[in-house]
Structure formats: structure tokens, C-alpha cells
Write a protein that binds this ligand. Structure first.
Ligand code: HEM
Length: 444
């Protein structure tokens, strides 16, 4: 067995480069070493990146018993918990996934459209001329509102706000959790101690919600994720434990808001840095309401700025990938960011072209911001809908000045790719369309 080619630089150097400029580093390694390359990243061992759509298809489809995604995500379990759908594998994973999918599809999802528009309209009403904002921060609040509604149903806004505050503190302190050794609790002033205290505060709030909902008289009629989890029974008729429910709530809340907020910040950065493209999008929205162009803008944003640069699978048996026989135990990364820049799939792959997906189609296994197969993102349709509905309000309404002259550097934070400064903007003008547009459905 021989590993595919890759940089010979030491692990710490590769890791530093990857964290500093994740997309540039991956694209450069791809250009140098080809469609299947290996990289040593300190703390993560040697990983094999795959940039070929056919190879990725083979990884995402067919028998998955030798490819563990949960194990590769184990790094997230200090936050999400050991029973999160993200860190489970095999039958347990499928069982939890089946439970979680329904609220993110069909009628449940359609009912979210008006709610998202309402939340966005409320948010943008506060974007008045002269105000300076960090787009990613504002979008985090908005997307948390939305995911909290999916997870808890209609809830008390003050409780949701308390929960948001507690979770943001956990997530923002999470690099400590991810680094392993630092997580050890050496007292209240140590990083590990602080992390534990934040985690306990968030957990207490989650358990409070679980207890309240278990006792709710309308539990059987509710369609939100928490109620569905509390009603679920396994083959022997047993309900989920509070611990299991807590882990899934945490997973939805954490996986379901930051990612979408980051994608929205990238969309603003890409559009408002390209006035001609922005104007074309505005004209289309004014012309036909913009369904097709907004969907295309969302797809193009996620193509150029995938919030998650690669999926992860750990091999439990030797496997041939791109002609290389890889040993068991190695981590394989279907390279989302890499397939999405292939010139044979996307002419001028580095250019932002908001019209690129106007026909609605994306190349098979060439557009994968939500991963694939039985691990494909549960919230993909919700996230795409959020991008469309938020931009539908923002684009016609807002004239923004990007505060930074140069594009916001794309860096790695936790496991996601983010604009380093969160895209700071100044509102220069609010057009009349802005606040005139009534949301389709009330938040009720
Ligand atoms: C733009 C926003 C988002 C992006 C880019 C994104 C991306 C991803 C990716 C790449 C994966 C891994 C897929 C794989 O391994 O093949 C994933 C998994 C997941 N995502 Fe998302 N996601 C987003 C929004 C959301 C939302 C709104 C939710 C809300 C519930 C969510 C929940 C999950 C869950 C639960 C999984 C684990 C699925 C499993 O292991 O079976 N994500 N996401």
C-alpha cells in the first residue's frame, strides 16, 4: 500500500496553512498533486482528499459499512454528545436520522417559508442608513431564531434568547473542545473549566425545555422536532432518554444555524463586491419575483464558498480509491470545495456568476455543499430556503458599503470555513421596497 502523493511539509506547517487559508491550501494541493492526494495535518493524522466526482460518487453510494462518518465526526462529541446523529454510525445512526428527517421536508418545511420571511423582515427593519453591522453576527441571530422554531415550535422568545446566548458561548469557546488536551478541567479559570461551565449552563436550559415539553398537554399534536423525539418509540416501545434527546437538540441547534449564517455572510460579500452582478440580480427580482435567480445565487455562493470544505469518512477496511489501495483506519475526505472548482464542470470556476445555476441543475457529484449519501445534510432544503428568502428581502432593499477594502479573508474556524471578519458593512441607503414587502405568513 502506498499513500497518494501530497505535500512533504511537516504536519504543523500543513495545519497552519490550512487553518489560515483553507480553500487556497486545498486548491493549491489539488493543482499540484492531482485528484487524489494525501496531507498530514497535525492532530488529524494523514487524510486523503478526493476531488474526482466519480470517485466521490463511489464513496457516497453503495455499501457504507466500511465507511464511518460518525467516527470521523467524533471530534464534535464534547459539544453534541455521544448520541448525536452526527457522531453515530450504522443502525443507530439510521434510526436517529429517520426520526429527525420529517420536520425538514414537505409540508413542515413549506410552513417555514413565511416564518423565515417574517424573521428576515424583522431583522432588516433595524438596518437603517448609517448603521454599521457585522453581517455574520446578525445572520447568526436570525438563523438561530429559525432553527429554534423548527426544533421547539412556537416558543417563548425570552427563553429562546436565553438559550441562544448560552449556546453561542459554548460554540464560540469550542476550539478548546476541539483541541482535546486543553479540554481537561483544571479549575474555573482554566480554558477547560470555562468550557465545562458554559456547557453545563446550556445543558441545564436544554433539560428544562425537555422537562416542560414532556409535561405539555398538546405534546401529541405538535410537529416540532422536540415533540417528535419525545413521542418516538423504538422496536421495543421504549422512548428516547433525556440524554439522547438533549444530544439531538444540541446537534440541530449547533449544526443548523452557524452554517447558514456563514453562507448568508458570504452571499452578501460576493454580491455587494460585484455591483454589476448585484444589479442584474435586482433586475431579475423586479421582473419575475426572482425565484430562479435567488436559487441560483444561493447555489453559486455555496459552490465558491462551501461552508464545509470536505465531507469525512473513516475506512474500517482497506479500500481502493483513485487507484490507490488505502489502509483501514485512514480518513478520506470527499473534497466538496475541490469538485466545485473543476473547470470542466464550471467554466471560469473562480468567477462568481450568480446566473450559473439558472436552469436549476447542478452537475451530478459536482455540487456537494451538503455532502451526500446516507449522511447528506438533514437541513439542506431548509438552509437553501433560508438563503433564498433572506436574500429576497435584502437584495432589493439594501445599499451597503463593505467596510473593508479587500475581500474578507476566508479562514477555518472550528470545522467551518468562514469570512474572518464576518463581513462588516455600513448601510448607506434603504430602498422603498425594503420595508414595504409584507411577509407572506405571519409568525404566529
Ligand atoms: C448552508 C448551511 C449548511 C451547510 C453548508 C451544511 C453542510 C453539511 C455537511 C457538508 C454535512 C455532512 C454531510 C456528509 O457527511 O456527507 C452536514 C450534515 C448535517 N447537517 Fe448540515 N449544513 C447546513 C445547514 C444545516 C441545517 C440548517 C441543519 C438543521 C438541522 C443541519 C443539520 C445537519 C445534520 C443533523 C447533519 C448530519 C447528518 C447525518 O450524519 O446523517 N445542517 N451538513
Amino acid at each position: 500500500m502506498s499513500l497518494p502523493p501530497g505535500p512533504r511539509t511537516p504536519g504543523p506547517v500543513n495545519l497552519a496553512r490550512f487553518v489560515h487559508r483553507p480553500l487556497d491550501a486545498l486548491l493549491d494541493w489539488h493543482a499540484r498533486y492531482g485528484d487524489v492526494f494525501s496531507v498530514r495535518l497535525t492532530g488529524f493524522g494523514v487524510g486523503v482528499y478526493v476531488a474526482d466526482p466519480d470517485e466521490i460518487k463511489r464513496l457516497f453510494t453503495g455499501d457504507q459499512s466500511d465507511l464511518l462518518a460518525g467516527q470521523a465526526n467524533a471530534i464534535l462529541s464534547p459539544i453534541l454528545g455521544p448520541r448525536s446523529v452526527l457522531v453515530l454510525d450504522g443502525a443507530e445512526h439510521l434510526r436517529q436520522r429517520k426520526l429527525l428527517l420529517p420536520p425538514f421536508h414537505g409540508d413542515h418545511l413549506a410552513a417555514m417559508r413565511g416564518l423565515i420571511a417574517d424573521a428576515a423582515a424583522r431583522e432588516f427593519a433595524g438596518w437603517t442608513p448609517g448603521r454599521r453591522l457585522v453581517v455574520r453576527d446578525r445572520m447568526r441571530a436570525l438563523t438561530f431564531d429559525v432553527i429554534a422554531r423548527v426544533v421547539f415550535g412556537v416558543g417563548d422568545p425570552a427563553r429562546i434568547e436565553r438559550l441562544r446566548h448560552a449556546l453561542v458561548r459554548v460554540i464560540d469557546g469550542s476550539s478548546v473542545a476541539l483541541l482535546g488536551p486543553l479540554r481537561t478541567d483544571l479549575g474555573p479559570w482554566s480554558p477547560g473549566g470555562r468550557f465545562r461551565a458554559r456547557m453545563e449552563a446550556a445543558d441545564a436550559l436544554l433539560h428544562e425545555e425537555i422537562a416542560l415539553r414532556r409535561a405539555a398537554p398538546d405534546l401529541d399534536e405538535r410537529g416540532d422536532v422536540l415533540s417528535l423525539l419525545l413521542r418516538a418509540r423504538d422496536e421495543e416501545g421504549r422512548p428516547m432518554s433525556d440524554g439522547e434527546v438533549r444530544d439531538e437538540l444540541m446537534t440541530m441547534l449547533a449544526a443548523g444555524h452557524e452554517t447558514t449564517a456563514t453562507a448568508l455572510a458570504f452571499a452578501v460579500e460576493l454580491l455587494w463586491r460585484d455591483p454589476a452582478a448585484l444589479e442584474r440580480v435586482r433586475e431579475r427580482i423586479a421582473g419575475d419575483g426572482g425565484d430562479a435567480i435567488l436559487d441560483s445565487v444561493a447555489k453559486e455562493t455555496l459552490r465558491l464558498r462551501p461552508v464545509i470544505d470536505a465531507a469525512q469518512r473513516t475506512l474500517t477496511a482497506p479500500r481502493t480509491v483513485g487507484g490507490h489501495e488505502l489502509p483501514a483506519g485512514i480518513r478520506v475526505y470527499p473534497g466538496i470545495a475541490l469538485v466545485q472548482r473543476r473547470p470542466n464542470l464550471y467554466p471560469e470556476p473562480d468567477a462568481f456568476r450568480p446566473e450559473r445555476f439558472l436552469d436549476g441543475r447542478a452537475p451530478a457529484y459536482g455540487w456537494l455543499p451538503f455532502g451526500g449519501g446516507i449522511r447528506r445534510c438533514i437541513g439542506a432544503a431548509l438552509a437553501q430556503m433560508e438563503l433564498v428568502e433572506v436574500l429576497r428581502i435584502a437584495i432589493p432593499a439594501l445599499d451597503l458599503r463593505l467596510v473593508r477594502d479587500a475581500p474578507d479573508p476566508v479562514v477555518l474556524r472550528g470545522i467551518t470555513v468562514v469570512p474572518r471578519h464576518g463581513v462588516p458593512v455600513e448601510v448607506t441607503r434603504v430602498r422603498s421596497a425594503a420595508h414595504g414587502r409584507a411577509p407572506a405568513v405571519s409568525a404566529g
